[in-house]
Write a protein that binds this ligand. Sequence first.
Ligand code: ZN
Ligand code: ZN
Length: 350
Amino acid sequence: MAKRIVEGLWDCPYCGTRAIGGLTKTCPCCGHPQDTDTRFYMGNKKHYLEADLAAEYGQGPDWVCPYCNSLNRIRYKYCSGCGAPKESASDDYFSNEEKAQKKKMAAPPAERSPVTERKPSRKKPVLILAVILALLAVVLFAFWPRNYTAEVRTRAWARSIDIEAWVTVQESDWSVPDGGRTYERRREIHHYVQVLDHYETRTRQVAKQVYDGEETHTSYSNNGDGTFTENTYSTPRYRTEYETETYKEPVYRSEPVYETKYYYEIERWVTDRTEKSSGADNEPYWPEYTLADNERTGYTGEVYNMALLAGENRYTVYLPLEWWETFRAGDQVEITVSAGKVTKLNGREL
Ligand SMILES: [Zn+2]
Ligand SMILES: [Zn+2]
């Protein structure tokens, strides 16, 4: 596309008149000329120059008269304000603008307003901290150990002995252990494997980018002579289209793998019964038992406990035999309770 020239606008820095046409070199209200304080800008409504006039612009930025500061067209040999020759000029519209920009950046920063600094709110963290502390207090209250004097109400004991017998049992496995006597073999499913069965044709939607014409973009560059050059360029535009695509998907089936499973008889120690004894007295004893020729004793267990009463609360404690033996019903004991459990008895950890 062809380049087109648009007339820019400027504001009179002297009398404040706004949106004066860039080609108007002096303010129509006060007569002040375009000078080093003049800045050209684009208006909302674009005024395109006729072709013959447009040809005269965009040739180069206006030059700045070093004597009266007014802006002069590049083709003028003498300043239209004071008649000074162009040769004496060193600045043009852009170099002057650059200088002004540098001056502005070098200027000392304006005094800070005391109100604008915003401090981050402290309210939220304080609230969160308060909630955490409250939760911590609740947990501490529940777990904080407390001491009571308690009375031993009852004492009880229980003992047990497992009796094991060497007997013939039936088992099955993929192999026979030493001593096993196989009485049956069967083909059984050991595991499954995934086997490719067939392919299935399926369809799916596929997104494709399709060319959809050109998109035109426009930008304006400042010529520094009261005009702007309109630059247009285009980029291709695409739209998304969906196509149905067929594809093949493998379908698998589970196939069992058979192996020989052995059913056999073998001798094992098997818990046959548990002999028990218990009481609420001070003389615990082991349960009596008799062993047949093929029997032996297995696991043995023993527990000794006391029921304690502290005010309204009942607690049960389990003790090793030697310690349990030292108490009698009616004894006064000191206990430490934490989270509903007795953790210490007469100062000793449980
Ligand atoms: Zn003016
Ligand atoms: Zn001049």
